[in-house]
Write a protein that binds this ligand. Structure first.
Ligand code: ATP
Length: 222
């Protein structure tokens, strides 16, 4: 059976989620207060309805209780975002993802039981900052407040050396969980694997350790 999603708030963020889920063949109910936004998504999502999701009666009427995963992408109106989340929680929705506007908003959302809180502007800012530091840092994904996964391209400092030789775990405290060579991915690589120019390493660790690893082995000196 297809999983059912609902996206509440069809701004840039919610709209983009709605587009992608629909493109992947998911069943999506698109919801917004604004009639123009709803009309825009009529031919994209499986269903699109005009509704004020801060009203519990309205949520019940649109059948929100049958949905597996609801994404609350109401931005500016923090009160509406919190009220909607609370109502969804009370209606027993299994999974609720909410976009937070700031740290205070995030804290409240976590307190009332949002399963996943996302902070797209802040997170994207962090990811872009890391890729600006070096062309070799391809991506940076936050796992928690102080742990991340990074995807880095091997440059001159790593090329031709094995994992034993680089001694990344002992020297920098982080772990290479996979190495991508062209289209092949080597998960949990042996310590004897030799890294070649252009290989992509996926590394997990604390932010402090990853930062030392990046400065010493990823960022080229020139
Ligand atoms: P983005 O940056 O993703 O464009 P934003 O952070 O500017 O969005 P808003 O434009 O404030 O967010 O909100 C996103 C959408 O949520 C809007 O289209 C708005 O009409 C809708 N919205 C706001 N309140 C409610 C509500 N109570 N019920 C349903 N939709 C709502």
């Amino acid at each position: 059976m297809k999983r059912e999603f609902a996206v509440i708030g069809l701004g840039r963020f919610g709209g983009s989620i709605c587009h992608e889920l629909s493109k992947e063949g998911m069943d999506v109910l698109a919801i917004d207060l604004d009639e123009d936004k709803v009309n825009e998504f009529k031919n994209i999502a499986s269903h699109a309805v005009i509704a004020d999701t801060t009203d519990e009666k309205v949520l019940k009427e649109i059948g929100i209780r049958n949905i597996d995963h609801v994404i609350v992408a109401i931005g500016d109106n923090i009160q509406a975002s919190i009220l909607t989340t609370l109502m969804l929680k009370e209606l027993g929705i299994k999974k609720i993802t909410v976009k937070a506007q700031n740290d205070y908003h995030e804290k409240v959302l976590r307190k009332i039981g949002a399963d996943q809180v996302v902070h797209p502007e802040r997170d994207m800012g962090k990811r872009i900052a890391h890729s600006i530091i070096s062309n070799n840092i391809l991506d940076h994904l936050e796992l928690s407040d102080d742990h991340s996964i990074v995807e880095v391209k091997a440059g001159k400092k790593m090329s031709g050396r094995s994992l034993i030789d680089l001694d990344i775990r002992a020297q920098y405290g982080c772990n290479v969980v996979a190495i991508k060579k062209d289209k092949e991915i080597n998960v949990s690589p042996m310590a004897t694997v030799v890294i070649e120019d252009g290989d992509v390493l996926i590394v997990i660790g604390s932010d402090i350790d990853i930062s030392r690893f990046e400065k010493n082995l990823v960022v080229d000196d020139d």
